[in-house]
Every structure is written in C-alpha cells, then in structure tokens.
Write a protein that binds this ligand. Structure first.
Ligand SMILES: [Zn+2]
Length: 215
C-alpha cells in the first residue's frame, strides 16, 4: 500500500511506472521490459477521414505503456524512450511509406521555444531511431497552449495557421507526396492544419503516420 503511494508520487524510481514491478538494473529506469514489450501494433483502428489528409496509419492506441512512455518522454524528458518508440514503429512506418510511395518523410514539430525548454523535439527523436531518412520541412509559428485543453471545434480553430513551410524548402516539396509523422492522433486538428499548409505550398498529397490514437 505504502509502496503504491510512493510509486504514484514518483518517490521510488526503481519500480515500473505502469505496473509497479521492480526494474532495478534496467536501463532507462522508468518502465519494465514486459510493459515496454506490450507496445505492439493494434490492427483494428477505426479510420475516420481527416480533412486534407489523403490517408493515414496508426501504430497503436494511446493507453497503458504507450501513453506512459509518451508522458515520460514529453513531460519528464526521459529521452531514451524516444529511441525505444522509434524502434517499435520503424518497420511499420517504412512499410506504410513504401505503400503510399511518399517522396519525403517529415514530422510535426514543437515550437522552438518548447524544444529549447525540453532540450529536444520528441517527434524528431523518435524518427531518428527509425530506418530511412527524414527531412525538416515544417515549422510551428504559434507556441499554442496544449490542445487537450479544448473541445474538437476549438482545436481546429486554434491550430489553423499554426504551421508554415520555410521559403528555403518550398521549391523542393512542390508536386511531391509527403508523409508526416506525429505522436498522437486526437481530433485530427493538427494533422489537418499541417496538411492544409503543405498543400498550400504546392505539395501533391499528404499522408500521416501516428504512433498512437486516443481511444
Ligand atoms: Zn511494468
């Protein structure tokens, strides 16, 4: 009982933060190997259309170890989890990239101020651990408040115009098919805004790949 409370309060760091098992001696010190191994592809995702996005793929659901790993990565800056998550999705992402025939792979960036504060961009770090090259094509204009604070319609409104394509890469993306990686699919507001921005810059088609979707 006391141990459970201590784990909840994160006062004990040698226990898995999902199941509470002892992880003494395991590398990143937050999640046990069996919880990490539970991060697997989920095949019965319901695909609802996202405006401006030709098609997309979701690796798994935002729950259990996946949700905890992302939380630790983004809010506790446990950077080794990015490499782990990247390795989980690498093959599936590569297969999706081949199946849609995308010319370039890129990611939804955080605002530079958030990257500076956190020390890294989690999406960028996840892609670094994946097979194949990726490009830096998108920049975030607004350092907006986290979208989870808002309802669906408000999210679409808030994220509109939040991204731009720098002048220096515009000519190279013209007429190309772009695959964009993002960590979580919630309402599709961010993906839709990014896709709209890319299409306005002359991109032919926009595809998305998400690590997970909210249930
Ligand atoms: Zn565990």
């Amino acid at each position: 009982m006391l141990k459970d409370i201590l784990i909840k309060l994160k006062l004990v760091f040698d226990n898995c933060s999902v199941c509470g098992m002892s992880i003494l001696g395991e590398s990143q010190g937050y999640l046990c190997s069996s919880c990490l191994e539970s991060i697997k592809p989920y095949h019965t995702v319901v695909y609802e259309p996202i405006p401006y996005v030709t098609s997309y793929k979701v690796f798994t659901l935002y729950e259990g170890a996946t949700a905890e790993a992302l939380r630790l990565l983004k809010f506790k800056r446990v950077k080794p989890l990015a490499e782990f998550l990247g390795k989980c999705i690498s093959e599936d992402l590569l297969n999706f990239r081949k199946s849609v025939g995308a010319d370039y792979l890129t990611f939804v960036p955080v605002h530079f101020f958030r990257k500076w504060k956190r020390g890294f961009d989690h999406n960028e770090e996840i892609l670094k651990a994946c097979e194949g090259t990726f490009q830096y094509l998108i920049l975030r204009r607004k350092n907006s408040k986290p979208l989870y604070l808002y309802g669906k319609e408000e999210r679409f409104r808030r994220v509109a115009g939040a991204f731009y394509i720098p002048e220096s890469v515009r000519s190279s993306v013209k007429g190309k098919d772009i695959l964009v990686f993002d960590d979580i699919l919630t309402t599709g507001a961010t993906a839709s805004s990014v896709a709209n921005t890319l299409l306005s810059s002359g991109v032919n088609r926009v595809y998305f790949y998400f690590l997970c979707r909210e249930k």
